[in-house]
Design a protein around this ligand. Structure first.
Ligand code: NAD
Length: 411
């Protein structure tokens, strides 16, 4: 967890201010871009045993300047309004950066997902959907999975939405393939992270084959990142999830590990823990679990040449500054993990057209559009002599500010 005194939302807004200053935007315009358009907070009473537990649910819509708002829904015990605002804002910058016709939003429910039965999970997402369906829809705001939610959760969300608003499969993405999901979407975030990691090494004239990678998080993002990294020739030397970590400097067999529910159940390999995975000597470190895991308290112990942010906001602003001072290159979340929302965009368009792409086309389009975004960010960084995170924000803020101005929302 972050030891910074700035909140997660403050940290995103600092980057927006910085980008605004580089672009010469007026203060009022920057402030307008920093604010969230709408925030909905709902209570979710959940039957548990013979009593009721009242949970809190959120949907924050940050921006619709470039299209319907888009963003995941997270079930986690640390979810609060500030975190949801930060993540909603990041979605605005991410969708602009990869140039898909969406704005930004995020949702969440403050609950420890690991304690939920399937029935409880279903009750929560149905209640969340019923409470806020008036602000959702395929042209308004389109949720997707995030930490603690998955394709199954999105199927229940879609079903509940259909009961209230009629058939509209594009109202949510990340659905099961059997129920209007797109083959390729589930792996898209991890695939994008791995492709961006490889592209970063190549850009710095380093070999991908045999490059050591350590990954924290082994859920949707971490698993597919590890798998595709292995396919690309990386050597995955350390992996962790919430239950523990494993390490093998000769390389872990990722497919083998995928057979186990939790990393602590894996019988082979030396054991380590989640914090130590972050500190391994490696070429590429990929935090792919929680936010705020690389802070000024552990930045000195990070031993990676490249940090590719699979998770959202894994590096605090202080740690970012310290690591860059040590010579590490940080590929920011809004670029590195944007394969997920790129994949969601493909699913949304297919649902609207009632037409399904084969997985090869999905992967080709994903790879080509992620490479384009990667090149755009590197060019921007070079032309302004700035780091990659600042460059990504400059590009994204430029596009959103232009949309605002053209819509006439700002005078
Ligand atoms: P998930 O729920 O599928 O997996 C989360 C993983 O993190 C699990 O393996 C869990 O055990 C692990 N974890 C939790 N606490 C941990 C800890 N203290 N130490 C080590 N591991 C821990 O979630 P996900 O969808 O893979 O999301 C992971 C991150 O990626 C989040 O920051 C999310 O916002 C971001 N992200 C997800 C997507 C997506 O498409 N799912 C897209 C973009 C960004």
């Amino acid at each position: 967890m972050s030891t910074s005194t700035r909140s997660a939302f403050d940290e995103v807004n600092e980057k927006v201010s910085q980008a605004g200053a580089i672009l010469g935007l007026k203060d009022g315009v920057v402030q307008a871009l920093q604010q969230c358009e709408r925030e909905v907070v709902v209570s979710i009473p959940l039957r548990r045993g013979d009593d009721i537990e009242v949970l809190t649910g959120y949907r924050v819509q940050h921006s619709s300047a470039r299209g319907p708002r888009k963003g995941g829904i997270r079930f986690h015990q640390d979810v609060d309004l500030d975190e949801v605002r930060a993540l909603a804002s990041l979605m605005t910058w991410k969708t602009a950066l990869i140039d898909v016709p969406f704005g930004g939003a995020k949702g969440g429910v403050t609950v420890d997902a690991s304690t939920l039965t399937d029935l409880e999970r279903e009750e929560i997402i149905r209640r969340w959907t019923r409470s806020i369906h008036h602000v959702l829809g395929h042209q308004r705001d389109i949720p997707a999975p995030d930490m603690g939610t998955d394709a199954r959760t999105m199927a229940w969300l879609m079903d509940e939405f259909h009961r209230l608003e009629g058939f509209q499969p594009a109202c949510v993405t990340g659905k099961p393939v059997e129920l209007f999901g797109a083959p390729g979407r589930e792996e898209a975030t991890g695939r994008g992270v791995a492709m961006i990691a490889a592209a970063t090494l190549e850009q710095h004239r380093e070999k991908v084959k045999g490059a050591r990678v350590a990954i924290q998080g082994f859920g949707n993002v971490g698993k597919f990142t590890a798998l595709v990294c292995q396919e690309l020739g990386f050597k995955v030397i350390a992996l962790a999830d919430v239950s523990g970590g494993i390490i093998d400097r000769n390389g872990i067999d990722v497919e083998e590990i995928m057979k186990y529910r939790m990393i602590r159940d894996v019988p082979s390999y030396d054991k380590t823990n989640s914090a130590e995975v972050l500190e391994q000597r490696c070429e590429v470190l990929i935090p792919a679990a929680l936010g705020g895991v690389i802070t000024n308290a552990n930045a000195d112990q990070i031993n990676a040449d490249y940090i590719v942010e699979g998770a959202n906001q894994p590096t605090t602003a202080d740690a970012d500054w310290m690591l860059r001072g040590k010579g590490s290159v940080i590929v920011p979340d809004i670029l590195a993990n944007a394969g997920g929302v790129m994949g969601s965009y493909f699913e949304w368009t297919q649902n609207i057209q009632q037409y399904s792409w084969p997985i090869d086309k999905f992967r080709r389009e994903l790879d080509s559009r992620m490479s384009r975004a990667f090149e755009d960010v590197f060019k921007e960084a070079k032309s302004h002599s700035i780091d990659l995170r600042t460059a990504a924000f400059v590009l994204a803020v430029k596009r959103v500010a232009a949309a605002y101005a053209l819509r006439g929302s700002l005078v």
